[in-house]
Write a protein that binds this ligand. Sequence first.
Ligand SMILES: Nc1ncnc2c1ncn2[C@@H]1O[C@H](COP(=O)(O)OP(=O)(O)OP(=O)(O)O)[C@@H](O)[C@H]1O
Ligand SMILES: [Mg+2]
Length: 436
Amino acid sequence: MTTPFLLISRSAEFETRLRELLGGRLAVVPGAFLAFGAEATIAQVVEEPRVAFIGPVVNFDETRSVADELHARYPDVALVVVREQSSDLEDWADELQLHAVVSPLAGEDELKMFIVDVVRWLIVEGKATMDEFRPRAAGIDPHARAFAELMGIPTDPDPEPEPEPEPEPEAPAQVWEFPPLESDQRPEAFAVVAPKGGQGKTTVSINLAAGLARIAPNSVVLVDADTQFGDITAALDLRPEGTIVEATSDAASDELILKTTLTHHRGDFFVVASAPSPELGDAIRPEALGRLIEQLRGIFRYVVVDTTPGLGEQTLTVIEHVTDAVFVANLGVPALRALRTELEMLRTIGLLPANRRIVVNQSEKNVGITVKDAEQIIGAPVGVEVPRSSAVVLAGNRGVPLIDDDPRDAAARAMMTLVTQIAPEAKSRSARKARR
Ligand SMILES: Nc1ncnc2c1ncn2[C@@H]1O[C@H](COP(=O)(O)OP(=O)(O)OP(=O)(O)O)[C@@H](O)[C@H]1O
Ligand SMILES: [Mg+2]
């Protein structure tokens, strides 16, 4: 497909603006054809459109008949009306089966983001594939290349590449790079789990991901699989492009589409953002969650998964698909007993991951229970003890990982100990830094 976008409009000015953005990807049927009826107008369309813009300067009846005709011929097309906000717009949207409305006065960036949203919607709904928007011979059409960059899709190589006069030092086809997995790098996937809520899973997950990203920038993904009350999006102050709901949709079994659902964090890691509501999160099928983790393990060196407390079906599926588990418990008898039961239960059903670490969180002196006592109760050694610290709460309120917000804090240092236990390179790196 070479022209997935279609414009039917009487405004030469809007046509020029859309052409600026979409270049050769846009087919145009001049509004003059509307005088001969919708059928005659749509007969001018050569290639099946994916997104059709109708307007501006196309009246209600014309829009209705064109929309009906397009729907009948191309059921999966996204219909966009280009029209200024006005009081009757709701009637248009109700009566015309429109998918979106955009103002002809929208600025360039707004228009760009609007188009990206419509395309993403089509892909997530399974009405189109990323391939259909991939420009061919992108080297020839700068607009097509710009659009590909915007969408983060790699462009096809030019079928007859022109000789390059100068080697270009930089021209990334994607906004964010996913460094390729090297053959000696075994991808590691961590489930951060706890039998009870509020023990510090999310805090540990975020800091583990942020710490691993220091040694493997952009090779780490943090997944908010606490599908009901996941709060990583808020805790990291993210404005996500997509969430775990889209990442586990059927459409996302395509790796390119999966990548469009990821959100980049400025600490050089990616995030599969929290579900937008408990209902949507609850509806995620465990198998889809398992598939997501497997897919991410094919892309990233480290996958860190925050989970729902307890051993529900989703969390069990997560545990089934990881290499390591990090168990988190507070230094209190009920939490430690619950952890012992959880470990026993996982062992009984044969799901205890080969590598496990126990983090005792929010430890305090003089509460009558020591880490040694904790090990007795759990029946397993404790890897890291993270003290209770107000810096944790402050970092959470600022939307910044603790290890970045207050690296000298004792809880932050304990989080880094966990990171170096997992990836010893992190230690030599910080030692080198200290020596310098
Ligand atoms: N070491 C710590 N010191 C002080 N406060 C902490 C510490 N660890 C976590 N907290 C605070 O305890 C609360 C619960 O932590 P967190 O959200 O990480 O737990 P969780 O296990 O993910 O909880 P949930 O089960 O609700 O998802 C948060 O307000 C967090 O800021
Ligand atoms: Mg949590």
